[in-house]
Design a protein around this ligand. Structure first.
Ligand code: 13P
Length: 283
């Protein structure tokens, strides 16, 4: 059975210190392409969906698509709900079969986030689903420009949140951001080590697009077992489509265009799987 609990994928990566790519997909084409990359490289993979994607496709259709594509595979894969602060969407995804969720109450006051997150953990347990938590929202790269991101939450606040909620994975702000970095981000790698040493749980690294192989290697060695990649997929998907349209002006040939886009997304996924060291780690 290739669909496994997210916990199994993350625990093994954490123990053996490699990173599992957790890639946000946006439709059937991108889902199939990243799964094909994992199968070809014999790598475990986490497929992520945003709340927006769940709402635009519908949880039932999205999950049916997932099982139809994942069931024939021979590598371990799991389906994860990325950044969600809507309790009804968490419930919807858990009921439909998602293997994990990121409860993102970072825009809430700390105590409220903590209480809500603990409730999500309790809700997820009967499903065998993993819960990731966060207390400090990730900025967008457009917002920060070339500035370094200052951390707003203390190490103590991170540890207290993890212990009080019982989350399985924690996503700390370490100077990372979502989007295309305008310069190499200055990351607080020590924060990852401190969290791992204090709590013993794996860390999820956000804002993976544009990080260097050296940054990935160091962070994975410190305990970033789950590495989120979203913007790189959007760029591969959209840019290859745009290039195809430009190169074939006046011809409208969706299957040929989709084939090119599929290859671009698959190549992007393969590049990240290799950089994170999960190639050949399927069991
Ligand atoms: P990027 O869009 O920067 O790759 O970040 C992905 C992410 O962290 C999704 O939660």
């Amino acid at each position: 059975m290739p669909v496994v609990p997210t916990q199994d994928i993350v625990d093994r990566a954490f123990r053996e210190r490699y990173g599992v790519a957790a890639i946000n997909v946006v439709n059937d084409l991108s889902m199939e392409a990243v799964l094909a990359a994992a199968e070809e490289l014999r790598a475990p993979l986490i497929v992520q969906t945003s709340v927006k994607t769940v709402k635009s496709i519908g949880a039932g259709v999205l999950y049916a698509m997932w099982r139809a594509m994942a069931d024939p595979l021979t590598v371990p894969v799991a389906l994860h709900l990325d950044h969600c602060d809507e309790r009804d969407v968490v419930t919807l995804c858990l009921e439909n079969g998602w293997n994990s969720v990121l409860w993102d109450g970072s825009s809430m006051e700390y105590e409220l986030n903590k209480a809500q997150c603990a409730e999500v953990v309790a809700e997820a347990r009967p499903y065998g689903a993993l819960v990731e938590g966060e207390i400090e929202g990730f900025k967008r790269t457009e917002e920060i420009g070339t500035a370094d991101v200052e951390l707003e939450q203390s190490l103590e606040a991170c540890i207290e949140f993890i212990e009080a909620t019982g989350v399985d994975v924690f996503a700390p702000a370490i100077g990372n951001a979502h989007g295309v970095y305008q310069k190499e981000p200055k990351l607080d790698n020590q924060r990852v080590t401190d969290i791992v040493e204090a709590t013993g749980i794996p860390v999820a690294l956000h804002g993976g697009t544009g990080m260097t192989p050296q940054q990935f290697a160091d962070l994975v060695a410190r305990g970033c077992a789950k590495v989120n990649i979203s913007t790189a997929l959007k760029i591969a998907l959209m840019q290859s489509g745009y290039d195809f349209m430009t190169d074939n002006a006046g011809k409208y040939d969706p299957p040929s265009q989709f084939a090119v886009q599929r290859e671009a997304v698959k190549a992007m996924a393969e590049e990240h799987i290799r950089m994170l060291g999960s190639e050949g780690k399927a069991w």
